[in-house]
Design a protein. Structure first.
Length: 263
Protein backbone atom coordinates (compact mmCIF):
# COMPACT_ATOMS: atom_id res chain seq x y z
CA UNK A 1 0.00 0.00 0.00
CA UNK A 2 1.22 3.44 -0.86
CA UNK A 3 2.22 5.63 2.04
CA UNK A 4 0.13 8.36 0.45
CA UNK A 5 -2.83 6.28 -0.67
CA UNK A 6 -6.20 8.04 -0.47
CA UNK A 7 -9.68 8.11 -1.99
CA UNK A 8 -9.26 11.40 -3.83
CA UNK A 9 -9.94 11.93 -7.53
CA UNK A 10 -7.83 14.04 -9.90
CA UNK A 11 -9.03 17.43 -11.05
CA UNK A 12 -9.89 18.30 -14.64
CA UNK A 13 -6.83 19.79 -16.33
CA UNK A 14 -4.43 18.12 -13.90
CA UNK A 15 -1.30 16.43 -15.23
CA UNK A 16 -0.99 12.89 -13.88
CA UNK A 17 1.67 10.20 -14.11
CA UNK A 18 0.22 6.93 -15.36
CA UNK A 19 1.33 3.40 -16.18
CA UNK A 20 0.07 2.15 -19.53
CA UNK A 21 -1.83 -1.14 -19.37
CA UNK A 22 -4.02 -2.89 -21.91
CA UNK A 23 -3.93 -1.40 -25.39
CA UNK A 24 -6.96 -1.79 -27.67
CA UNK A 25 -7.83 -0.50 -31.11
CA UNK A 26 -9.74 2.35 -29.46
CA UNK A 27 -7.17 3.46 -26.90
CA UNK A 28 -5.18 2.59 -23.79
CA UNK A 29 -6.26 1.67 -20.28
CA UNK A 30 -3.87 3.23 -17.79
CA UNK A 31 -3.39 3.28 -14.03
CA UNK A 32 -3.03 6.70 -12.38
CA UNK A 33 -0.03 6.03 -10.15
CA UNK A 34 -0.75 8.67 -7.51
CA UNK A 35 -4.48 7.91 -7.24
CA UNK A 36 -4.58 4.15 -7.65
CA UNK A 37 -7.40 4.48 -10.19
CA UNK A 38 -7.86 3.39 -13.78
CA UNK A 39 -8.28 5.85 -16.62
CA UNK A 40 -8.69 5.67 -20.38
CA UNK A 41 -6.69 7.35 -23.13
CA UNK A 42 -8.83 7.37 -26.28
CA UNK A 43 -7.03 7.02 -29.62
CA UNK A 44 -8.27 10.49 -30.63
CA UNK A 45 -6.33 11.96 -27.69
CA UNK A 46 -3.06 10.19 -28.43
CA UNK A 47 -1.75 12.59 -31.07
CA UNK A 48 -2.84 15.61 -33.11
CA UNK A 49 -1.93 13.69 -36.26
CA UNK A 50 -3.46 10.44 -37.55
CA UNK A 51 -2.56 7.44 -35.39
CA UNK A 52 -2.05 4.20 -37.32
CA UNK A 53 -0.62 2.22 -34.42
CA UNK A 54 -1.07 3.34 -30.81
CA UNK A 55 2.04 1.40 -29.83
CA UNK A 56 4.09 3.90 -31.81
CA UNK A 57 3.19 6.37 -29.03
CA UNK A 58 2.49 4.28 -25.94
CA UNK A 59 3.64 0.82 -24.88
CA UNK A 60 2.42 -1.48 -22.11
CA UNK A 61 4.16 -0.77 -18.80
CA UNK A 62 5.43 2.65 -19.90
CA UNK A 63 5.16 5.67 -17.61
CA UNK A 64 3.14 8.35 -19.41
CA UNK A 65 2.20 11.88 -18.33
CA UNK A 66 -1.40 12.62 -19.32
CA UNK A 67 -3.89 15.46 -18.87
CA UNK A 68 -7.22 14.81 -17.16
CA UNK A 69 -10.16 15.67 -19.45
CA UNK A 70 -13.18 14.28 -17.61
CA UNK A 71 -13.79 12.70 -14.20
CA UNK A 72 -16.90 10.74 -13.27
CA UNK A 73 -16.58 9.27 -9.74
CA UNK A 74 -20.00 7.61 -9.93
CA UNK A 75 -19.05 5.63 -13.02
CA UNK A 76 -15.44 5.41 -11.77
CA UNK A 77 -14.30 6.76 -15.12
CA UNK A 78 -11.45 9.12 -16.02
CA UNK A 79 -10.76 10.34 -19.57
CA UNK A 80 -7.20 11.40 -20.36
CA UNK A 81 -5.18 13.02 -23.12
CA UNK A 82 -1.61 12.69 -24.35
CA UNK A 83 -1.75 15.10 -27.28
CA UNK A 84 -2.64 18.03 -24.99
CA UNK A 85 0.52 17.65 -22.90
CA UNK A 86 3.54 19.70 -24.01
CA UNK A 87 7.00 18.15 -23.93
CA UNK A 88 8.16 20.58 -21.24
CA UNK A 89 5.09 19.71 -19.15
CA UNK A 90 5.87 16.01 -19.43
CA UNK A 91 9.45 16.59 -18.34
CA UNK A 92 8.58 18.79 -15.37
CA UNK A 93 5.71 16.59 -14.18
CA UNK A 94 7.82 13.44 -14.36
CA UNK A 95 10.59 15.12 -12.37
CA UNK A 96 8.08 16.16 -9.72
CA UNK A 97 6.69 12.63 -9.61
CA UNK A 98 10.15 11.11 -9.15
CA UNK A 99 10.90 13.53 -6.31
CA UNK A 100 7.58 12.61 -4.71
CA UNK A 101 8.41 8.90 -4.90
CA UNK A 102 11.82 9.53 -3.30
CA UNK A 103 10.16 11.46 -0.49
CA UNK A 104 7.67 8.64 0.02
CA UNK A 105 10.51 6.13 0.25
CA UNK A 106 12.35 8.22 2.86
CA UNK A 107 9.21 8.65 4.94
CA UNK A 108 8.51 4.94 4.77
CA UNK A 109 12.02 4.21 6.08
CA UNK A 110 11.47 6.63 8.96
CA UNK A 111 8.04 5.16 9.77
CA UNK A 112 9.55 1.68 10.04
CA UNK A 113 12.25 2.89 12.43
CA UNK A 114 9.89 4.72 14.80
CA UNK A 115 6.88 2.45 14.40
CA UNK A 116 4.58 5.13 12.99
CA UNK A 117 1.78 4.16 10.59
CA UNK A 118 1.51 5.44 7.02
CA UNK A 119 -1.52 7.51 7.97
CA UNK A 120 0.34 9.17 10.84
CA UNK A 121 3.35 9.88 8.62
CA UNK A 122 1.08 11.60 6.11
CA UNK A 123 -0.55 13.71 8.81
CA UNK A 124 2.55 14.52 10.86
CA UNK A 125 5.16 14.87 8.09
CA UNK A 126 3.92 14.84 4.50
CA UNK A 127 1.16 17.43 4.89
CA UNK A 128 3.29 19.94 6.90
CA UNK A 129 6.15 19.63 4.39
CA UNK A 130 3.83 20.17 1.42
CA UNK A 131 2.17 23.17 3.06
CA UNK A 132 5.52 24.77 3.91
CA UNK A 133 7.51 24.00 0.75
CA UNK A 134 5.02 23.04 -1.96
CA UNK A 135 6.33 19.46 -2.07
CA UNK A 136 7.56 17.03 0.57
CA UNK A 137 10.90 16.36 -1.13
CA UNK A 138 11.87 20.03 -1.04
CA UNK A 139 11.46 20.02 2.74
CA UNK A 140 13.50 16.84 3.11
CA UNK A 141 16.19 18.27 0.86
CA UNK A 142 16.37 21.32 3.13
CA UNK A 143 16.61 19.06 6.16
CA UNK A 144 19.51 17.22 4.53
CA UNK A 145 21.21 20.55 3.87
CA UNK A 146 20.40 22.55 7.01
CA UNK A 147 19.68 19.91 9.65
CA UNK A 148 16.84 18.83 11.92
CA UNK A 149 15.88 22.42 12.82
CA UNK A 150 14.03 22.66 9.49
CA UNK A 151 11.68 19.88 10.59
CA UNK A 152 11.34 20.98 14.18
CA UNK A 153 10.17 24.42 13.04
CA UNK A 154 7.24 22.71 11.32
CA UNK A 155 6.20 21.07 14.57
CA UNK A 156 7.35 17.52 13.79
CA UNK A 157 7.83 15.35 16.90
CA UNK A 158 11.43 15.44 18.11
CA UNK A 159 12.41 11.78 17.67
CA UNK A 160 10.72 11.53 14.29
CA UNK A 161 12.35 14.77 13.13
CA UNK A 162 15.80 13.55 14.23
CA UNK A 163 15.47 10.21 12.44
CA UNK A 164 14.03 11.77 9.31
CA UNK A 165 16.80 14.38 9.14
CA UNK A 166 19.38 11.62 9.58
CA UNK A 167 17.85 9.54 6.78
CA UNK A 168 17.56 12.59 4.51
CA UNK A 169 21.20 13.53 5.07
CA UNK A 170 22.30 9.98 4.31
CA UNK A 171 20.12 9.40 1.24
CA UNK A 172 19.73 12.78 -0.47
CA UNK A 173 22.56 14.07 -2.60
CA UNK A 174 22.45 17.85 -2.39
CA UNK A 175 23.01 19.44 -5.82
CA UNK A 176 25.70 22.10 -5.80
CA UNK A 177 26.36 25.05 -8.08
CA UNK A 178 29.67 26.79 -8.60
CA UNK A 179 30.60 30.44 -9.18
CA UNK A 180 34.04 31.95 -9.76
CA UNK A 181 35.56 35.41 -9.54
CA UNK A 182 39.10 36.75 -9.94
CA UNK A 183 40.62 39.30 -7.58
CA UNK A 184 43.88 41.22 -7.85
CA UNK A 185 45.68 41.59 -4.55
CA UNK A 186 49.01 43.36 -4.16
CA UNK A 187 51.04 44.74 -1.27
CA UNK A 188 54.43 46.44 -1.55
CA UNK A 189 55.22 46.08 2.17
CA UNK A 190 58.12 43.90 3.29
CA UNK A 191 55.66 41.29 4.52
CA UNK A 192 53.38 41.76 1.52
CA UNK A 193 53.27 38.06 0.66
CA UNK A 194 52.06 37.22 4.17
CA UNK A 195 49.45 39.99 4.03
CA UNK A 196 48.10 38.65 0.74
CA UNK A 197 47.99 35.14 2.17
CA UNK A 198 46.14 36.45 5.22
CA UNK A 199 43.60 38.21 3.02
CA UNK A 200 42.98 35.06 0.99
CA UNK A 201 42.61 32.94 4.12
CA UNK A 202 39.94 35.32 5.40
CA UNK A 203 38.08 34.92 2.12
CA UNK A 204 38.49 31.14 2.29
CA UNK A 205 37.04 31.14 5.80
CA UNK A 206 33.71 32.58 4.67
CA UNK A 207 30.96 30.30 5.92
CA UNK A 208 28.81 28.54 3.35
CA UNK A 209 25.51 27.04 4.60
CA UNK A 210 24.57 23.50 3.68
CA UNK A 211 27.98 21.94 3.24
CA UNK A 212 29.32 24.25 0.52
CA UNK A 213 32.86 25.57 0.43
CA UNK A 214 35.17 28.36 -0.69
CA UNK A 215 38.38 27.53 -2.55
CA UNK A 216 41.25 29.80 -3.55
CA UNK A 217 43.52 29.29 -6.56
CA UNK A 218 46.59 31.17 -7.71
CA UNK A 219 46.11 32.22 -11.32
CA UNK A 220 49.25 34.30 -11.68
CA UNK A 221 50.19 36.80 -8.97
CA UNK A 222 48.70 39.27 -8.36
CA UNK A 223 45.63 37.50 -9.77
CA UNK A 224 43.81 34.95 -7.59
CA UNK A 225 40.64 32.99 -8.26
CA UNK A 226 37.94 32.53 -5.66
CA UNK A 227 35.56 29.62 -6.23
CA UNK A 228 32.35 29.12 -4.26
CA UNK A 229 30.24 25.96 -4.19
CA UNK A 230 26.78 26.29 -2.67
CA UNK A 231 23.30 24.81 -2.87
CA UNK A 232 21.98 27.48 -5.26
CA UNK A 233 23.19 30.51 -7.21
CA UNK A 234 21.61 33.03 -4.87
CA UNK A 235 23.54 31.60 -1.92
CA UNK A 236 26.71 31.15 -3.98
CA UNK A 237 26.68 34.76 -5.16
CA UNK A 238 26.01 36.05 -1.64
CA UNK A 239 28.95 34.05 -0.29
CA UNK A 240 31.15 35.23 -3.17
CA UNK A 241 30.31 38.85 -2.37
CA UNK A 242 31.30 38.38 1.28
CA UNK A 243 34.48 36.50 0.39
CA UNK A 244 35.76 39.06 -2.13
CA UNK A 245 34.90 41.95 0.19
CA UNK A 246 36.81 40.30 3.04
CA UNK A 247 39.88 39.78 0.86
CA UNK A 248 39.89 43.34 -0.48
CA UNK A 249 39.17 44.89 2.92
CA UNK A 250 41.94 42.86 4.55
CA UNK A 251 44.64 43.74 2.01
CA UNK A 252 43.60 47.40 1.98
CA UNK A 253 43.95 47.65 5.77
CA UNK A 254 47.44 46.18 5.41
CA UNK A 255 48.46 49.01 3.07
CA UNK A 256 47.98 47.04 -0.15
CA UNK A 257 45.48 47.17 -2.97
CA UNK A 258 42.64 44.87 -3.94
CA UNK A 259 40.21 44.92 -6.80
CA UNK A 260 37.56 42.57 -8.13
CA UNK A 261 38.33 41.67 -11.74
CA UNK A 262 35.27 41.19 -13.91
CA UNK A 263 35.19 39.14 -17.09
Amino acid sequence: MSLLGNDEWPEIGELVVTTAGRITSHGVYVMLDEYGKEGFLHISEVSSSWVKNIRDYVREGEKVVLKVLRVDPERKHIDLSLRRVARSERRDRMLLWKRSRKAESLLRSASQRVGVSAGEMREKVWVPLEEAYGEAYEGLERAAREGVAVLLKLGLPGELAEILAEIAKDKIRIPMVKVKENVRLSCANADGVLRIREALLKAKGTKVPGGGEVKIYVVSPPKYRIEVKASDYKEANAVMKRATELAIESITKSGGEGVLERG
